[in-house]
Design a protein. Structure first.
Length: 423
């Protein structure tokens, strides 16, 4: 953090809220084959082989590896009839799963990246094999064209397969899926991180049945909804058991900003130096996260239920290393027993002078934030901690950020009698 960013963050903490692209995996596999699909030259190397039976000349190309018949990489180019990557991606994947013949289809996440490209990640079962299906859409290289890359692989092989794809394929002189960090994607599917080197060919048991590939659907296929949707944040958080304050102190690296930060619980605790910011902040991906919290009793018209406290937190986010997305669903409160409390939007609505948490993107160097609200039993086991789990942090294995509440919380108006500070 440079001196200007420090001053901006300190100013924001004192005056109120004002509240990225991933480096591609280096390609280490020499290219040994090439063909043209939809006007784009495709080069590949390593153990990958062109699957002629599943492909259509100049339209669709599928590849597999001799060591893993259960893994496929595919590429196609279709006209985008919608002019929007997110909508076209949704339409494409819906048509794909109509023909794929899989069961238990779950959309883990979908996102349009800052570059204008997009991706969707699914899990599904086919012939008893749990699969990960990743679809990457390039909507920027050729306007009006939907350049699609697809990875289908057994879930345990996802990390190694994606890393291998990125190192083995080149599309129109660009490495495959360049904005997704395969090495750091382990948390998304609950896997352990893939090794950075050496990259090895993924293997599965020889008894696994080959995947039955569908014909790529038309870009104008009817849009349908995946059979099931789940919250990645809820699934990951549910597996966590918060530690005591002493354990958090042990995890908190001294002299640097890491994933552990400490909530301000009394006026006068606002940090004013880099060292104090490093202590207070949780650093996750490209963001610095700082918060102060207190008890809010509402406006009197709407109040917490008996036996429940409304915990109100003002969150400040600095996009220090790159762009950061603000989304209220990225934050939850976890108590010492591992119970999860999601954002309570009714409580937020009932708090005096509070605006809805913004959903926006912060450019590098910007500071923003908003108000978080949680309904928590008065006898909840401590310590409480705000957990930060975003799509980006999961996909790129940045882990989970935690802002720990050490001690009792005061009435919120001790910090700011008028409500949320203005920008």
């Amino acid at each position: 953090m440079d001196a200007f960013e420090t001053q901006e963050l300190v100013a924001a903490l004192q005056g109120g809220p004002r509240l990225g692209v991933i480096e591609p995996t280096p390609r280490a596999v020499p290219l040994t084959g090439n063909l043209t699909v939809g006007g784009a030259d495709i080069g590949w190397g390593g153990d990958w082989e062109y699957n002629e039976l599943a492909s259509s000349p100049d339209q669709i190309a599928f590849f597999t590896t001799s060591s893993d018949p259960g893994t496929f990489y595919g590429y196609t180019a279709l006209p985008s009839m919608l002019g929007d990557v997110g909508a076209t991606l949704s339409q494409f994947t819906s048509g794909f799963f109509e023909e794929f013949g899989a069961t238990n289809v779950v959309q883990v996440t979908t996102e349009v990246l800052p570059s204008g490209n997009g991706y969707s990640l699914f899990t599904a079962d086919q012939a008893g094999v749990p699969l990960a299906i990743l679809v990457f859409a390039d909507g920027t290289t050729a306007p009006g064209e939907f350049r699609t890359q697809l990875v289908i692989t057994p879930v345990p092989q996802f990390n190694a397969t994606l890393a291998l794809v990125q190192q083995s394929f080149v599309i129109a002189d660009v490495d495959a899926m360049p904005e997704l960090d395969a090495i750091q994607s382990s948390s998304f599917l609950g896997l352990t991180p893939a090794p950075t080197e050496p990259i090895v060919e993924p293997t599965v048991a020889a008894t696994v049945a080959p995947i039955v590939l569908p014909t790529f659907p038309s870009a104008t296929a009817a849009l349908t909804t995946p059979t099931e949707s789940v919250s990645v944040t809820q699934e990951l958080s549910a597996t966590l058991v918060s530690s005591g304050v002493a354990d958090f102190l042990t995890m908190d690296a001294e002299g640097t900003c890491d994933a552990i930060g400490w909530v301000m619980t009394a006026p006068g605790q606002e940090p004013s130096t880099d060292a104090e910011i490093d202590f207070r902040a949780a650093c996750l991906g490209d963001g610095f996260y700082i918060a102060y919290c207190g008890i809010d009793d509402g406006t009197g018209v709407i109040a917490p239920e008996p036996g429940t406290n409304w915990i109100r937190c003002e969150l400040f986010v600095l996009a220090e290393g790159g762009p950061v997305t603000l989304n209220p669903l990225d934050y939850s409160l976890v108590d010492g027993a591992g119970n999860i409390y999601e954002m309570d939007f009714m409580a937020l609505f009932a708090m005096d002078g509070v605006e809805q948490f913004p959903e926006s993107d912060l450019a590098e160097g910007d500071i923003g934030g908003g108000t978080l609200a949680f309904s928590v039993p008065v006898d909840a086991t401590g310590p409480l901690a705000i957990e930060i789990i975003s799509v980006e942090s999961i996909l790129f294995d940045d882990g989970i950020g935690r802002l720990v509440i050490d001690g009792d919380l005061p009435p919120f108006d001790q910090f700011n009698p008028g409500g949320t500070p203005s920008a």
